[in-house]
Design a protein around this ligand. Structure first.
Ligand SMILES: Cc1cc2nc3c(=O)[nH]c(=O)nc-3n(C[C@H](O)[C@H](O)[C@H](O)COP(=O)(O)OP(=O)(O)OC[C@H]3O[C@@H](n4cnc5c(N)ncnc54)[C@H](O)[C@@H]3O)c2cc1C
Length: 446
């Protein structure tokens, strides 16, 4: 493989800025609780002191967990929901281990104090309301963590897993009650108490606004309805949505929304679909490939059906651009946000569109005419190795260079099946593209 030097671009990445701010906020808060622990963390014996150490960290991780899924537009537009949910997943596992250590050490610590066995101590702790609340919260955390382990999660329907996941809000309330009833380090001074509970109140409010109030308000205001359903190919339709003052919806090409069609599908089935055309203030469009129950039924959604849409979400937008030129890479139905981005992005653009055959290439006529209108280059890559680059697999580093010789000076946006997306990201890395120039949308969350 040829090696290449990436050309540094001047613009900084909004993603890097948001990630740095989040890391700094985490760092400052961790430092604060370490100080709190050193000052006031001593328990009745060494084991209980260690238990308190893990309790403090579990509390802080919980606050961060809520922040990551609060759907704060500022964070979501810079980091993307896929990255935020992936961090949420890993922090979730860390939280469960921290809670488990806190609980185990608490039992062992009290057992040592009372000179009894751990099982006797556990039973007597379960008789104390403050500890019982903590035991219940910890058990719920553990159940959800076990169900979130990949082999188990894959066996559950998305909605079932999501419903189970929602029980964590009950665990959160139980955990807070446990914290308030116990004599914790957090109560050592009024300042610490105020710091901790104001942080908790802020994230809970952010969560309520981001996940409940904002979606309800937006839907009451825009009153979305299905305006047209247009077949795009076998098992693929575009659904046009109209509503009141769509020019006020802060949506950008490349973003997605979580769509519910409560008159047509059960209300609890909300599925993410990207906007397949740049928002124009008059209508929104999603293009849906039939892969399961919901997407199959959407092929026949009646005109006038009420729509409840959450979002717009996602960081797969022109906001992330750091270079003037762009490469858009689509695979299969991953073409939807790519099609919208082609409409909106300025500067030199090359589109690489991978499909099994020309007849499988959804939205191809639109892509061709858009590419022609704005002077973009479009390569349709069909067949096993891609017709345009017969000597190299199209998404190998050399294959990409054959198709776009100046790729290392451009931003690259890729959306397609997971294996293709990972292959492209790996090749771009091998070519030496800085991470800030690589933007991937995955049609699935952690
Ligand atoms: C950010 C994003 C953008 C997407 N954009 C498009 C698009 O423009 N066009 C398109 O055809 N498809 C898109 N998808 C994929 C689409 O969401 C799924 O194909 C669809 O939800 C499948 O639902 P189903 O009930 O028909 O199939 P199922 O068989 O029930 O689901 C198939 C798989 O889809 C995923 N899925 C189902 N429901 C959800 C959910 N509520 N949230 C997250 N994942 C879920 C699960 O991984 C599941 O295993 C996108 C996905 C994501 C995450």
């Amino acid at each position: 493989m040829t090696t290449h030097r990436a050309v540094a671009t001047g613009r900084s990445s909004p993603r890097a800025l948001a990630a740095s701010l989040l890391t700094a906020a985490a760092g400052v808060n961790i430092m604060l609780i370490e100080i709190m622990f050193v000052q006031y963390g001593a328990g009745k014996n060494l084991i209980l002191t260690m238990s308190k150490f893990f309790a403090l960290h579990a509390g802080l991780f919980t606050i961060f967990q809520l922040l990551l899924v609060a759907r704060l537009p500022w964070l979501d537009r810079r980091l993307g929901m896929d990255r935020l949910t992936s961090w949420h997943r890993w922090l979730g596992f860390l939280l469960v281990w921290t809670v488990a250590l806190h609980a185990t050490l608490a039992v062992l610590g009290y057992a040592e104090l009372a000179g009894s066995t751990p099982s006797q101590t556990f039973i007597s702790l379960a008789g104390v309301p403050a500890s019982l609340l903590g035991i219940c919260a910890g058990t719920l955390f553990a159940v959800v963590a076990v169900l979130s382990v990949r082999p188990l999660r894959r066996r559950l329907r998305y909605e079932v897993w999501h419903l189970v996941h929602l029980t964590l809000y009950a665990a959160l309330l139980l955990g807070i009650a446990h914290q308030l009833l116990e004599t914790t380090t957090l109560r050592a001074t009024t300042w610490y108490f105020a710091y901790w509970y104001s942080m908790l109140i802020i994230v809970v409010l952010a969560l309520l606004v981001g996940r409940v109030i904002m979606p309800i308000w937006r839907n009451a205001y825009h009153r979305f309805r299905v305006a047209a359903v247009v077949p795009e190919g076998p098992g693929v339709v575009s659904i046009y949505i109209r509503g009141h003052r769509l020019d006020r919806l802060p949506a950008q090409a490349g973003q997605f929304m979580v769509w519910r069609f409560p008159d047509h599908n059960p209300w609890w089935q909300g599925n993410p679909f990207s906007l397949s055309a740049a928002p124009n203030g008059r209508s929104l469009r999603l293009t849906v490939k039939a892969v399961g129950d919901v997407s199959r039924r959407l092929q026949h959604v009646p005109l006038g059906t009420r729509v409840f849409a959450e979002g717009p979400y996602g960081a797969f937008t022109g906001r992330q651009k750091t270079a003037s030129g762009t490469v858009l890479i689509a695979g299969g139905v991953g073409v939807t946000p790519i099609r919208a981005l082609l409409e909106e992005l300025t500067g030199p653009v090359t589109v690489l569109y991978r499909a099994r055959s020309t007849s499988d290439a959804v939205l191809l006529p639109e892509l061709r005419s858009l590419a022609q209108d704005r002077g973009a280059v479009l390569h349709l890559l069909t067949g096993r190795s891609g017709t345009d680059a017969p000597n190299h697999p199209p998404f190998s580093p050399d294959g990409l260079l054959v198709l776009v010789p100046d790729i290392i000076e451009r931003d690259v946006f890729v959306c397609g099946p997971p294996a293709m997306t990972e292959a492209v990201v790996r090749s771009l890395h091998d070519l030496g593209l800085p991470r800030r120039q690589v933007h991937a949308e995955r049609f699935g969350f952690a």
